[in-house]
Design a protein around this ligand. Structure first.
Ligand SMILES: NC(=O)c1ccc[n+]([C@@H]2O[C@H](COP(=O)([O-])OP(=O)(O)OC[C@H]3O[C@@H](n4cnc5c(N)ncnc54)[C@H](OP(=O)(O)O)[C@@H]3O)[C@@H](O)[C@H]2O)c1
Length: 282
């Protein structure tokens, strides 16, 4: 379980531990500590997704202790926001290093053990951002779309070895993700500032007002227990309906709706988030 120090990953680690799984969580700042969670516990192992050696070491540690990995949940992630024109290739790469190449590296190390045992379940945490692109969040939507495509291909590749794969796609969820969002360096200073402020205010407002990660963790537990999990799962009734509707409508119509929600309204004077507050401008 990657990304178990916070948010969705932490909730999944707790839920799975309470439901009888032996859970090993990872994060950059872990130090093999045992975390208690209401009558159950799990162990935190250090892993940095941009560093393949730390991934190899973490997987070896778990395999040495348990001899097998039955379920892998790729929950670690972060988001970058900014106009495409003003996002450098290096900034875009940081998004893919964590949420895409990091996942590939974890799979490189975990799949051989699952293949040997001829069983296992891989759950990648995607995002509704893969189906609903929002302006100024292009790199995040792109990486989550790429992750979904990777999951679809992986399902076909590993099915003969008894390995199941699924993407769970949460919508807005109240976690540490919002505060840790990275902004492209140029983002606050340019012609894009007003539309970006509108879009980011709405995104951040919605994340902060959304439910926490507990429901998402329950759904991931359910997927982990399924004999034949679907390729993708939305979290919550609202997002299931939105996803179904999105399949029935044209991109032109979807774009109109997304623009109306994210790009038309200025943040109110008492906005929880503005560039001024984010960057403490004078
Ligand atoms: N929150 C939302 O609204 C939302 C919606 C849809 C999808 N998601 C997805 O859900 C997943 C979990 O996000 P969250 O909302 O739970 O965010 P979060 O609370 O910020 O948790 C992110 C986790 O990822 C780990 N992590 C981040 N960068 C890492 C790196 N470079 N190497 C290793 N670990 C790293 C963090 O651990 P350390 O910082 O301790 O290393 C932390 O445990 C992400 O994939 C995110 O894209 C979130």
């Amino acid at each position: 379980m990657t990304g178990a120090s916070s948010g969705i990953g932490q909730a999944v680690a707790q839920t799975m531990a309470k439901n009888g799984y032996i859970v090993y969580g990872t994060s950059r700042r872990a130090n093999f500590e045992t975390v208690d969670c209401g009558g159950a516990s799990y162990i935190m192992v250090p892993m940095t997704l941009e560093n393949d050696q730390t991934i190899a070491d973490a997987v070896t540690y778990v395999l040495d202790k348990q001899g097998q990995i039955d379920v892998l949940v790729n929950a670690a992630g972060s988001g970058i926001a900014g106009a495409i024109e003003e996002t450098t290739v290096n900034e875009a790469k940081t998004q893919f290093d964590v949420c895409f190449f990091g996942v590939i590296s974890v799979l490189n190390h975990v799949l051989p053990a699952m293949r040997e045992k001829q069983s296992g379940t891989v759950i990648n945490i995607g995002s509704m951002a893969a189906c609903f692109p929002i302006a100024f969040q292009a790199m995040y939507s792109a990486v989550k779309s790429a992750l979904f495509m990777l999951t679809l291909s992986l399902r076909m590749e590993v099915k003969p070895f008894g390995i199941k794969c699924s993407t769970v796609e949460p919508g807005d969820t109240k976690t540490g993700f919002t505060a840790k969002r990275v902004f492209t360096k140029k983002s606050a200073k340019t012609a894009y500032r007003l539309p970006m402020e509108r879009a980011l205010y709405e995104m951040i407002r919605s994340e902060l007002l959304s439910p926490g990660p507990e429901r998402c963790a329950e759904i991931i537990l359910k997927v982990a227990r399924m004999k034949n999990p679907p390729a993708r799962v939305s979290v919550g009734f609202r997002y299931k309906v939105l996803y179904a509707l999105s399949k029935l409508t044209s991109w032109r119509f979807k774009e109109r709706i997304i623009r109306a929600i994210y790009l038309r309204k200025d943040p109110p004077s008492d906005a929880v988030w503005t560039y001024e507050k984010q960057f403490k401008e004078n």
